[in-house]
Write a protein that binds this ligand. Structure first.
Ligand code: PEP
Ligand code: MG
Length: 590
């Protein structure tokens, strides 16, 4: 039966493929294809994991103390029985052989199928047996991780351009953490759907940087969609169509081809300078998450990196933090890859929806109990870990010997944070001088992400070479809307008069002070806001590389002088969005 699920569009285009349902807790399970001749090896891995778990359960049962309740032994028997049940073993093999999934993926795919079957059982006792199946699968996954063979095969398999008979795949999950999303950078999925999340949650941001169609906040999607269903993700409208009729499928295939043609057309703008109709040059920069993205930025025609979210270097490391040398290598790699163009690296913005694995129990309690977006995040976190902060500053300074490094401080809200940052920087320079280590000259910038920073912009500008406006957070904190919460996402409004006022004030103050100013939030990469920002005086936009061409097209068609004239009316309007539509600014073309 065909049906639709509605959510929020976060990354444009159309994806058509088979659904792969992944439990949130298992998103980090490796997903890759294995070649036909490797299938036996994968089945072998599954078999040894099964033998190891069988051994483990038998030992557990044998060593049960006499006073242990009888039920425990019975439960272990059930688990042993499940371990050898065809519904797990044979069915998992089928995913490996027929669909070319690696063993871990095959196992979690089969678990999703079984979990559904249990959920639909009338009998409450039987329904509860789902937990047993989950536990057995969990043990198998752990055993396979202990064998530690997946990684190398995964790396080679990801490079494989699909296997005969393979269909494109789309990922459906309740939620995906930003760190896990990062692992999908080179993944096999052609689209994403998640139940939760807002348009500017970090999960959505990473999805957008992958430049594949995605819908978040689709509420019940992961319950309604089944493993292997055919799914169309309409990333423009935020609609997911499940098991479409042939006519609908044909229509979307047509749209898919159209959007590919449009992309190819936009690609041709790559080397065209971004200059408005009246001759104003506009700098289009890239937002990146990892040093490897620098190549993508250059290929997209970026004139530099406007935001390197360094916190992603701190993720997926099993709780350890990158050393100074590791950080230095990563920053240097990005700087060298950008060939003399400026690279703006933000000091870690840990916290809120980007927690660190190694966060202490107390911090995690805070994460879950109180509001993490108002807690220890970004510069607050760095200043609470002074050793770590200095380590990062040293790595950044050392990388500046290899090119143009601009250091950006996230979420500045207090003058005391400014002073502490400057002190840390001075101390670190002294340390490098003492050690005779070379470093270049860096520019220092502050992110304007909280209303406090926008309201005291003049004071901030006395200490910084440039500011970068993080509209994702500025909107969140101005309107008191959690950017990751789909329940209030309809109120998350970039056109809100208060947001526009703060944006305008900040840009104008920076220009008057002769300091650099750029916008690196998602607004910068959305052509709907290009004229608005040009009208406010902005000439530097930082966005995902994939958005550069579309924004450039808008710049090429804009007249900066004309938009300035319209700005006062728009800022004074009761509904700036309606005003912008009337002016033809807020049109969505790309
Ligand atoms: C922002 O807040 O707009 C921003 C660019 O930072 P992040 O999205 O990483 O919070
Ligand atoms: Mg931010």
């Amino acid at each position: 039966m065909s049906f639709q699920v509605f959510g929020m569009p976060v990354s444009r285009g159309v994806a058509i493929g088979r659904a792969v349902l992944v439990a949130s807790s298992r998103v980090d399970v490796a997903h890759y294809f294995v070649a036909v001749e490797q299938a036996e090896e994968e089945i072998g891995r599954l078999r040894s994991a099964r033998d190891a778990v069988a051994q483990e359960l038998t030992t557990l049962k044998r060593d049960l103390p006499p006073e242990a309740p009888q039920e425990l032994a019975a439960l272990l028997d059930v688990h042993l029985m499940l371990l050898h049940d065809d519904a797990i073993t044979e069915a998992t093999k089928a995913w490996i052989v027929d669909r070319h999934y690696n063993a871990e993926w095959a196992l979690s795919a089969q678990l999703e199928v079984l979990a559904r079957q249990f959920d639909e059982m009338e009998d409450a006792y039987l329904r509860e047996r789902k937990a047993d199946v989950e536990q057995v699968v969990e043990r198998l996954l752990l055993a396979m991780a202990a064998q530690g063979k997946g990684g190398a095969a995964a790396a080679s398999a990801l490079a494989m351009p699909g296997l005969p008979g393979e269909h494109p795949l789309v990922l459906v999950a309740n939620d995906v953490a930003p760190a896990d999303m990062l692992q999908f950078k080179r993944s096999i999925f052609t689209g994403f759907v998640t139940d939760v999340g807002g348009r500017t949650s970090h999960t959505a941001i990473v999805a957008r940087s992958l430049d594949i169609p995605a819908v978040v906040g689709a509420r019940e999607a992961s319950h309604l969609i089944r493993q292997d269903d055919w799914v169309i993700i309409d990333g423009d409208a935020g609609v997911v169509i499940v098991n479409p009729s042939p006519i609908v499928l044909e229509e979307y295939r047509f749209r898919q081809r159209q959007s590919e043609l449009e992309r190819a057309r936009l690609d041709r703008l790559r080397h065209t300078p971004a200059i408005t109709l009246d001759g104003e040059a506009v700098e289009l920069l890239a937002n990146i998450e990892l040093p490897d993205d620098a190549a993508v930025a250059l290929a997209a025609g970026a004139m530099g990196v406007g935001l390197f979210r360094s916190e992603f270097l701190f993720m997926n490391r099993g709780g350890s933090l990158p050393t100074e040398d590791e950080q230095f290598e990563a920053y240097r790699a990005a700087v060298v890859a950008m060939r003399g163009l400026p690279v703006t690296i933000r000091t870690v913005d840990i916290g809120a929806d980007k927690p660190l694995e190694r966060m202490s129990a107390q911090e995690l309690r805070h994460e879950h109990g109180l509001n993490p977006a108002l807690g220890l995040r970004a510069i607050r976190w760095s200043l609470s870990e002074p050793g770590m902060f200095r380590q990062q500053l040293r790595a950044l300074l050392r990388a500046s010997a290899f090119g143009r490094v601009r250091v950006l401080i996230p979420m500045v809200a207090q003058m005391s944070e400014v002073h502490a940052t400057l002190e840390a920087l001075a101390r670190v320079k002294q340390q490098l001088d003492d050690a005779g280590r070379p470093y270049g000259s860096i520019e220092l910038g502050a992110m304007v992400e909280v209303p406090a920073a926008a309201l005291m912009i003049d004071r901030l500008l006395q200490h910084f070479d440039f500011v970068s406006i993080g509209t994702n957070d500025l909107i969140q904190y101005t309107l008191a809307i959690d950017r990751a919460d789909e329940a209030v996402s309809h109120l998350y409004d970039p056109w809100h008069p208060a947001v526009l006022q703060l944006l305008y004030q900040t840009i104008q103050a920076a220009l008057a002070a002769g300091r650099g100013v750029s916008v690196c939030g998602e607004m910068a990469g959305d052509p709907m806001f290009t004229e608005l920002l040009l009208g406010m005086g902005l000439r530097s936009f930082s966005m995902h590389p994939a958005r550069i061409a579309a924004v450039k097209q808008r710049v090429l068609r804009s007249d900066a002088r004309a938009v300035v004239g319209c700005l006062p009316g728009l800022l004074a309007a009761a509904s700036p969005e309606a005003e912008a539509r009337a002016l033809g600014w807020a049109r969505v073309l790309n």
